[in-house]
Design a protein around this ligand. Structure first.
Ligand code: GLA
Length: 390
């Protein structure tokens, strides 16, 4: 569904449910991660982009202290009072909204004067590694800031969504998804530094676009695999702190040369996990220089390297994503391909020549179907504008 259709459907459903049109509607996009995998919580670097799919959040104030919240796709409503905004075990989709709402007001939502009626609806494919949850959090954040007259800078708003993921949804994620959803610009990448929590928008260059290939393979970050990777990175950083003579707080502080010299002191698995974000940081920084020179082919080669590192070291790929990247490698008009986001299923992002998009989609799907009996969802990605109130 196109964004305009999603918007119209949401406004119509809201009016039917609550008796009048919403006073505020916000929008926040999903994201692709282009280069820099599992670097955000290691205080490293990432190239990402906001995509043309997102979530709309509509809201009107109520006279009383109640919140009525409806998932527009399911047409399921939950309710609670603003004096008690909680994590819930039923209708768990509400936790992204409840969590963001609570985290926007660390002093407590009980001080607010009134509640609200709200409904959300989006078109980010769920469970595809495209951050549908961050889109919902940031759409919630934008709309509720407007509703309550709260002015937050980009990083503070992103952190409210991240805290909602940690405390309400159970995923110890970094800040990448929320920041990308807020900081996207049409036709541009977002290059982030997660030590200073700063970012810049960088043009991708002419003659190339991204494609997203979403495999039907499951992607779930709350089942422990993401958390275990994060823990291994933190353990590795703690070790490097003891053997290196300069300050180390995160893997951002460890170079590839230092990993080569000192990783023997780590157990094999922890050493393998650590080399991934270290290599990714180097690829993002070198990739930035390549984009400045307009060398998109060499940038694409780094994307392939990134996937190999996921496949061999971080082990956050899976057979299906490997099959997609392997198929992509044989197509001359694909310049690079890698898994995007947490991993363990989900989507691959491809850097391609736009005129070959149809051929690329057909070739990859033919191979995928021959192997697995089903097809991937494949679309061209437009780097898009970040979250905003409409
Ligand atoms: C998920 C997390 C992000 C980031 C990526 C991997 O999308 O939510 O914070 O760690 O995985 O780079």
């Amino acid at each position: 569904m196109l964004n305009k259709e999603v918007y119209d459907e949401l406004v119509a459903k809201f009016e039917k449910q609550y008796g009048s049109k919403p006073e505020i509607v916000s929008y926040a996009p999903g994201r692709i991660e282009v280069l820099g995998n599992h670097t955000d919580y290691n205080e490293g670097f990432v190239f990402s982009a906001a995509i043309q799919y997102g979530t709309f959040f509509s809201v009107s104030p109520r006279a009383d202290r109640e919140v009525r919240l409806t998932a527009g796709d399911l047409m399921k409503e939950v309710s609670y009072t603003i004096d008690k905004v909680e994590k819930r075990d039923t209708d768990t989709w509400q936790n992204y909204v409840n969590g963001t709402f609570a985290c926007l007001f660390p002093e407590g939502t009980g001080k607010l004067a009134h509640g609200f009626n709200a409904m959300f609806l989006g078109n980010v494919p769920l469970g595809a590694g495209l951050s549908s949850s961050a889109a919902l959090e940031m759409a919630t954040g934008k709309a509720l800031c407007k509703l309550y007259g709260l002015e937050l800078d980009t990083v503070t708003l992103a952190k409210a969504g991240q805290k909602a993921e940690h405390d309400y949804a159970g995923c110890p994620c970094g800040l990448l998804d929320q920041l990308s959803s807020l900081a996207g610009k049409e036709g541009q990448l977002v290059k982030s530094d997660f030590r200073s929590n700063t970012y810049e928008n960088v043009p991708l260059g002419d003659g190339v676009v991204f494609m997203m290939v979403t495999s039907p393979a499951k992607h779930a970050l709350v089942d422990g695999a993401y958390a275990s990777r994060r823990k291994a990175c933190e353990d590795a950083a703690a070790y490097f702190k003891t053997v290196l003579r300069h300050p180390v707080t995160h893997l951002r502080d460890v170079s590839m040369a230092e990993w080569v010299l000192y990783s023997k002191g780590l157990d094999k698995t922890t050493a393998a996990r650590a080399v991934h974000p270290i290599g990714e940081d180097e690829r993002v920084l070198a990739g930035a220089a390549l984009l400045e020179k307009g060398d998109v082919s060499a940038f694409g080669a780094f994307m392939y390297d990134s996937h190999e590192s996921s496949r061999n070291w971080f082990e956050n790929s899976c057979e299906e994503l490997d099959a997609i990247v392997d198929a992509a490698k044989e197509i001359p008009e694909v310049l690079g391909a890698r898994l995007s986001g947490g991993g363990f299923g989900g989507s691959c992002v491809l850097l391609v020549k736009p005129e070959a998009a149809d051929k690329i989609a057909e070739t990859i799907n033919a191979k995928y179907e021959a192997k697995y009996g089903n097809r991937c969802k494949i679309s061209v990605i437009k780097a898009s504008e970040g979250a905003h109130v409409i």
